[in-house]
Write a protein that binds this ligand. Sequence first.
Ligand code: C2O
Ligand code: CU
Ligand code: CU
Length: 497
Amino acid sequence: MSTSRRQFLKTLGTTAPALVLAAPGIAMAHDEKNSSNSGSSNNSSSTGPVSVPVFEIPLNIPPEAHPVDEDDEGRPIYELTQENATVEIIPGLQTEILGYNGMTPGPTIRVQADQEVIVRQINETDVKTTTHLHGGHMPTGNDGHPVDLVEPGDSQDYLYTNKQRPTTLWYHDHAMDLTGPHVYAGLAGFYIIEDEYERSLGLPDGDREIPLVIQDRTFTDEGALLYKKTVTGELGDTILVNGTPYPYLEVDTTRYRFRILNGSNARVYNLVLSNGAQFVQIGSDGGLLEAPVSRTNMVIAPAERLDVIIDFGEAAVGDQIVLTNKSGSGTTSQIMRFDVTEAESDESVVPDILSTIERLDPNDAVETRRWEFSRIPSADKQFVINGLPYDENRVDAYPRLGSTEIWELVNKTKGGHPIHIHDIMWQILDINGRPPGPHDAGWKDTFKLPPNGTVRVIGRFDDYTGDPDDIKSAYLMHCHILEHEDSAMMNQFIVVE
Ligand code: C2O
Ligand code: CU
Ligand code: CU
């Protein structure tokens, strides 16, 4: 094992300040490559410590996982092996990662709504892990609680009931205090739930339905992942999509469906197409919206999902359309490029009515809970909820099974926080007192709290209860800036009879 690998693994397994320590000057990011605009030729124009080609590598599409077996009750068993692996992310350089089946993102798991499956996670890394299915609604004990850790060499079976609307979920590591470095090192993958109804709509599918996870990373000049453990939120200077830096995708003159996930530790993106074309958003965290929403820019915070149609039928063969990030600068201002290469007829449709959404009624709420998110810069654990850092032995709420509650998420800081709640999907009642726009009016599990702002959400605790005496049956609420989560902006609740 090389020294750098040993150092990487050692630091991963501890709370040491960095995966690889920053060399002086690395912060001087390679800015020049952004001089290439939409429509420019395919030349590499990178500078800086690491030579990262822009729009030169085809988009990686993660392979789909297939069941390896079934259990006594006929449930398919998927098997993923978490591994320390070496991969080539930047051409010519080797990068040590933690990956499901040795890759990042891991294989995509695609299941049918209401079909129960087992996902067996085998931990062959040298760190303790736990796997959470983000947005998943499943019996307690299967949620990947941060202290429900799987030791190196062990495995754990997670039961996913998929008793929920079809949507884009993702699985990722959730180890106590180390979610940030573990996800940064590669432990994340897509989990897609679909159903017959959604397939009947005629939306783009097959090769034209593509998951895109956007992540920012910083690399050393040797290609190692540099994790600075920035408590306020780790920001990288290089954008990856599905693990590929600044990829390109060749497309036909047809509609495509992109399931976009912000899998970054802390970065918020504002997505805009370089040709000014509109995205047609059809879904959010919790599945299809009631009707499509046309948007020229879309802000996406860590862990949020956007299900969008881009119609390249409005473009011409030869067009190159860049997916840009309006809230980035320099190397973080562009993400990937779509190259329109083939004229094709389009059989897909985007229906005017996509789904029906049962509206939860605030009058049905039996409880209103207020959660204040604040920061104590002098504290060891800086980020707190209602003044308290996460304590695995403390439970802050016991909602009743089947009951509806309103949660007021109050941001007492000058920064934004994407707050995520496990177990159920919610509806946003208002953001700073105003009802959400149509793009935010579907089911959600992650909410952008504006600086010093308040978001009120309503949800119903259906189906699953925990055991008040078993902490591992608790569900979590936390900030999805993973360094805030690791710095204790997290608490837990147990649903009771
Ligand atoms: Cu995506 Cu509790 O996490
Ligand atoms: Cu989650
Ligand atoms: Cu936060």
